[in-house]
Structures are given as C-alpha cells and as structure tokens.
Design a protein. Structure first.
Length: 330
C-alpha cells in the first residue's frame, strides 16, 4: 500500500476513535446530558486538519514504531490540541473556529474551560493505558504550552517584544506539541536518539508554522479570519515586530492606534499596508525558511526514511505556499 493510502486509512481510524473517546459519561449526575463532552464534540468532530495525528503517523513510520497503539496516541495528540484551543478561545475571546461558533460563544467560558480540562484528562488517561512512561513528557508539554500562552497574553500591545521572546511563545504554543508527537512515537519504538531529533524537528517546524500563520494574517490568506486580525488584537506578530524595527514612524502610529479601545477598520488597513511596504514579509519568509532548514537538518539519519521524506516535503509545501502569498502581497 502506498503512503497516501495508509495515511487515509489511519486518519479514518483516528476519526472513529476520536468520536468514541468523546461519548457522554453515563453518570446519573448530569441533568442535561454531558455538556462538557458535547462541547468537546462540537469542537473536535468532523473538522480540523489533523496535523498532529498525521505527525504521529509519519514519525512512527520513520522509526517503525509498533502500530497497535498509534491510533490512540494520535487521538491523544488531537485531544491535547483541542483542549488548548478550547482554552485559547476563552483567552482570545475567539467567537469562530473551523467555520463554527466557538464553545465559549455558544456555551460560555466556564463550559469551554472545563471541557478543555476534561479533554486533557481523557488524553492523559489514554496515554497512561498505552504506556505510563508517556505521561511525564505529556505533562511537561502541557506546562510548556501553558507558560507560552500566558507569555503571549503578557506580550499583548508590546511593540518592543524581543524576537527571542516571540520565538519562545511560538515554540511553546505549537512546536512543543509537534515535537512531542515525535517524542512519543520514538519512545514506543525504543529509539532515544530519534526522540531527541524528532523533538527538535517538531519544535522548528512548529515555529515555522506559527511564522506562516503570522504572514497569512498580513496577506489575508487565512481562511475564516479577517485580514490584519493581529493588528486589531494588539498582537505583536513577527511581521509587525520586523516592520516597526524598520520604520520608527510606523512604530509610533501603531502604538497610538493600540492606545484606543477600538481601532477603525480603515486605520487597521492603512497600518497593514504600511507593514507590507516596509518589506517585513520578505524577512519573515526568510526566518521561516531558517526554521524549516533547521527542522530538516535535525532529522539526521532518519531523513532518508520514506515517512520522514514525507515530513520534509510537507515542510517545503508550507514554505512554498506562504512564500507565494507573501510575494503576491508585497
Ligand atoms: C492557538 O493559537 C493556540 C495554541 C496553539 C495553544 C494555546 C495554549 C494554551 C491556551 C495553554 C493551555 C494548554 C492546554 C493543553 C490545555 P492562536 O491563538 O495563535 O491561533 P488561533 O488563531 O487558531 O486561535
Ligand atoms: Mg487564538
């Protein structure tokens, strides 16, 4: 069977197992059904790119990890990600995700936060059943994601945020979970060297992913999100930080705009166009390439495995699509 067919079959099994892990608790204490699991299903089922389950499958393929626990491992990775999104939408006040209203929009913040907690417990319980030795890394992962998320909140409105601090946030929010998918797969295969290398690969790829997200915010290529949402939400994204370091006048203008509680759409557009005019997108694309090159170098001897070659081609596709959009916008 070719890799694409195997991946499709695998993702089909992941969908089924994900749905099975989100069934109502039959406990008689619920008065209106299991609202927390219902919230989990609302976010998780039917939508989502399943990036982390794909990573689990490819990392596992590269080290020939035993296949029996892989679907459950992939589901755990998706549940951890989903828990973080439930919490993130509360933190950001996000009202739409994956083309649907968010759980916090429909059910309020309390249900969203507790549903995230429950999904996290479901993931950790499942990991403990696969192999209790998977749990310490997963717990450290959640702590790292949480620290990065609060660092991002603290960075809001800060146009002098050092780029190393932005990278810390990007690595913690996204790279840590990408890397963990490889750490867990290599652990199951009993390959400590692969574990170290896959962690590094995932971390660099996750940072590249976040930079791509920041670039798409400026190019307007992010489906379902308004262009310049980062400027509107006072988020010091990479293009914004690079732009203000090139243009002090722009720094003052953004600072002034961010001093008000709301920013007019024309103002946001005018600032966005000035960010583009500084050439910051080209530099952001370059920095994304540096991360992708570092990710690929981290694979070392595993780079020649067919599943790892798939990881590499995926990283290149990400770079090419974002670079194309950035060129058209500039
Ligand atoms: C989406 O980012 C959010 C994340 C990648 C992680 C958020 C992490 C936490 C809230 C910490 C808690 C973690 C767990 C596991 C419970 P984004 O806001 O840049 O993307 P978006 O536009 O899709 O919201
Ligand atoms: Mg968010």
């Amino acid at each position: 069977m070719d890799l694409a067919r195997e991946m499709n079959d695998f993702l089909g099994n992941v969908e089924q197992a994900l749905a099975a892990s989100l069934v109502d608790d039959p406990s008689a204490t619920h008065q209106q059904g299991d609202i927390l699991m219902e919230a989990g299903r609302h976010l998780c089922l039917g939508e989502g790119k399943r990036v982390r389950p794909r990573l689990v499958r490819l990392f596992a393929g590269a080290v020939r990890a035993p296949s029996a626990p892989l679907v459950d491992l992939a589901v755990a990775s998706e549940l951890i990600h989903s828990a973080s999104l439930l919490h993130d939408d509360v933190v950001d006040g996000g009202m739409f995700r994956r083309g649907r209203p968010t759980v916090n929009a429909v059910r309020g913040n309390i249900v969203a936060v507790m549903s995230g907690d429950l999904l996290l417990c479901t993931a950790l319980g499942s990991l403990a059943r696969i192999d209790p030795a998977l749990c310490p890394d997963a717990i450290a992962l959640v702590a790292e994601m949480t620290r990065a998320a609060i660092a991002e909140v603290e960075a809001r409105g800060n146009l002098s945020l050092p780029l190393e601090q932005l990278r810390f946030i990007q690595e913690g929010k996204t790279g840590s979970l990408f890397g963990w998918c490889g750490v867990a797969a290599a652990h199951l295969a009993g390959q400590p060297e692969a574990r170290r290398r896959f962690d590094l690969f995932g971390r660099h790829l996750g940072v590249a992913f976040q930079i791509a997200d920041d670039i798409r915010d400026v190019t307007g290529a992010e489906k379902g999100k308004p262009q310049y949402a980062d400027l509107l939400s006072r988020t010091p994204s990479m293009p914004v930080l690079l732009a203000v370091s090139r243009d002090e006048g722009l720094r003052r203008r953004i600072k002034d705009a961010w001093a008000f509680t709301s920013i007019a759409p024309e103002k946001v557009r005018e600032l966005g166009l000035t960010v583009i005019a500084t050439g910051a997108l080209d530099e952001a694309v370059e920095r994304m390439h540096v991360e992708i090159d570092a990710a690929i170098a981290a694979l070392g001897p595993w780079a020649s495995e067919p599943a790892a070659a798939e990881l590499i081609s995926w990283a290149h596709q990400l770079a090419a699509s974002v670079q194309g959009q950035a060129r058209k916008t500039a």
